[in-house]
Design a protein around this ligand. Structure first.
Ligand code: CA
Ligand code: CA
Length: 394
């Protein structure tokens, strides 16, 4: 085994103390390097391998904390997914100064910052980052954080309470999950003012922040995060069947047959497509796919309320298929939408901050899923120009 010589990130200038950087590597090798800069900025450098010169070429470091005026950052954790997508989690505070200067709650001496967990996400290979405050109403720490190891940090109150632990990963659908220690968990600490640096709990509660809506790090699941199968709640209304010249099409509206509201994104997905020749394919899916997994987005077809309420019928959209043999075919669909989550508990669900499409929640509650495994099967017969559909249990 051989290793390359160490390569410096040209403009990096790490913060004092023991603040390990973190690396995420995209699916095609793009390197996302997150670190706490000596000026306090949560900094990100993106690297690409120059295969000719056997060198990593680094972009200039970017400060992803500017939307919140972050002056100190620590505990960086980076994870990547698709090559152009990555998330950078860190603890940050808009208060400047030396954050290891031990806070004395009684006298008020020492560092005076309040820390939150932030997550910055890129969807374009690191050209731009969208940063959210994942704990806007529930700080992670008030006051100093000791980052200098067990010996120097042996002090009272124990401001090494957060240990050194943070990590970020993604699940199968590309949701970002950040594991961190929370030092502020009592009502007294949580509800102290946004800048009160004295009322810390100095605890270390294992916590996970999880992306619950919006886009994750795998494009394949865009529009689906935070949704579930609502097929058994939905019926179909089909009009205007047409056939000829190797193509078939019809207009399809969805009807919410239930009394529950289904929230957007609302998506119709192909779960199977069959014909005698096997040559029928989807021609105009929203996601460009032509077979299983092809989907049409209905989110804009349920009114300005963005809700598909009980009894509502959506506007219809045209579904097109390639049908070179002009033969009968059957398509089965699933409908995917978002249902109100059941009883979120107290901790830290966030309001959408900074115009981001992502919000994070520490509650980790799972949405109600009262549904059976149903599919909607549509059969089109071009010879008779008839459409029939039925609900099928899987
Ligand atoms: Ca907290
Ligand atoms: Ca509506």
């Amino acid at each position: 085994m051989t290793w390359s010589q160490p390569q410096l990130i040209p403009d990096s200038n790490p913060a004092p103390g023991i603040v390990d950087p973190s690396i995420g590597i995209g699916s095609k090798g793009t390197i996302y390097y997150g670190y706490a800069n000596s000026n306090g900025a949560p900094s990100m450098a993106v690297g690409h391998l120059d295969k000719v010169n056997h060198k990593i070429v680094w972009s200039p470091s970017q400060d992803v904390g500017t939307p919140y005026g972050i002056k100190n950052a620590t505990f960086p954790a980076v994870v990547a997914g698709d090559d152009d997508r990555a998330a950078f989690a860190f603890l940050g505070t808009p208060t400047g100064g030396y954050y290891q200067d031990q806070t004395q709650p009684s006298s008020g001496a020492g560092f005076q910052g309040v820390w939150h967990l932030y997550v910055a996400v890129t969807y374009n290979g690191g050209q731009t980052w969208t940063t959210i405050d994942a704990t806007p109403n529930d700080p992670v720490q008030r006051g100093s954080i000791c980052n200098s190891g067990t010996v120097i940090c042996s002090r009272t109150p124990n401001d090494r309470n957060l240990l050194d632990f943070i990590d970020a990963t993604i699940d199968r659908q590309g949701r970002v999950l950040v594991a961190y220690a929370d030092g502020c968990t009592s009502p007294t600490c949580i509800n102290a003012g946004p800048t009160d640096y004295r009322k810390n709990d100095y605890v270390r509660k294992a916590s996970i922040a999880r992306l619950t809506t919006g886009r994750g790090l795998l494009a394949e699941f865009d529009g689906l995060i935070g949704t579930q199968d609502v097929t058994s709640m939905v019926g179909l209304q089909m009009t205007n069947p047409k056939s000829g010249a190797g193509a078939a099409s019809f207009d399809l509206a969805l009807k919410n047959n239930s009394t529950q509201t289904i929230f957007t994104p609302l998506t119709l997905m192909v779960s199977n497509i069959s014909s005698a020749s096997g040559r029928v394919t989807v021609a105009n899916a929203s996601n460009g796919k032509t077979g299983v997994g092809a989907s049409w987005d209905y989110s804009a077809l349920v009114g300005n309320d963005n809700m598909f309420t009980g009894g509502e019928t959506s506007l219809s959209r045209n579904l097109k298929f390639n049908n070179p043999n002009n033969e009968p075919f059957t398509v089965t669909f699933r409908v995917v939408g978002a249902l109100a989550s059941g009883g979120t508990s107290g901790g830290g669900s966030s309001g959408g901050t900074s115009g981001s499409s992502s919000t994070a929640s520490t509650s980790g509650s799972s949405p109600t899923a009262p549904l059976t495994n149903a599919v909607l099967s549509v059969t089109y017969n071009p010879l008779l120009n008839t459409l029939t559909w039925q609900v099928m249990k899987q």
